[in-house]
Ligand binder design. Structure first.
Ligand SMILES: [Mg+2]
Length: 171
């Protein structure tokens, strides 16, 4: 069970990932969670998020937004970004992940998921047999964190870190 929650890589945030290194390792498509991964929960796209996604596409990545949130929420974030998206994804069901890979026209082995929740983003990636990067959620330590789930996540993370010390992408 624990191994199904284990991400391929850890990073401090979606903005601290060495994407050139991922490209060098053969990744060509990125599936992003939105809330607490790219922006605080419910927020509009920020210039930082817009820049990141534009730069990634310039680098040659395909980018897709995968959210459990509503269509209206995803469209609100996406209106300046214009990425393909899937809303109401029902993570950790692998179905939407597989559809995302299909929509981008890439191979599963070329695809990597970026998200802030082990029990949805990362578990879903593993079920769909996709690589993943687990990022510390935006707003860490602030009100609004999801009590028991975050607590359980922290326990799992401590376990994973003890088992596998060098999951960070070397820079
Ligand atoms: Mg999230």
């Amino acid at each position: 069970m624990i191994s199904r929650l284990c991400p391929t890589f850890f990073a401090d945030s979606a903005y601290d990932i060495d994407y050139a290194k991922l490209y060098g390792r053969g990744f060509r498509a990125l599936i992003f969670d939105i809330d607490n991964t790219l922006v605080p929960h419910g927020a509009d796209a920020t210039p930082q998020a817009e820049d990141l996604l534009r730069n990634l596409r310039t680098m040659g990545f395909k980018v897709l937004l995968l959210s459990d949130n509503s269509r209206a929420r995803v469209r609100q974030f996406n209106h300046s970004i214009h990425a393909p998206y899937i809303y109401d994804a029902h993570k950790p069901s692998p179905r939407a992940y597989k559809k995302a890979v299909q929509m981008m026209g890439v191979k599963p082995a070329e695809t990597i998921v970026v998200g802030d929740q082990l029990f949805t983003d990362i578990l879903g990636a593993n079920r769909a047999r996709l690589a993943s990067v687990f990022v510390i959620y935006i707003g860490y330590g602030q009100p609004g964190w999801k009590g028991w789930r975050r607590l359980a996540e922290n326990i799992v993370l401590a376990f994973i870190r003890r088992k596998r010390r060098n999951l960070n992408i070397p820079s």
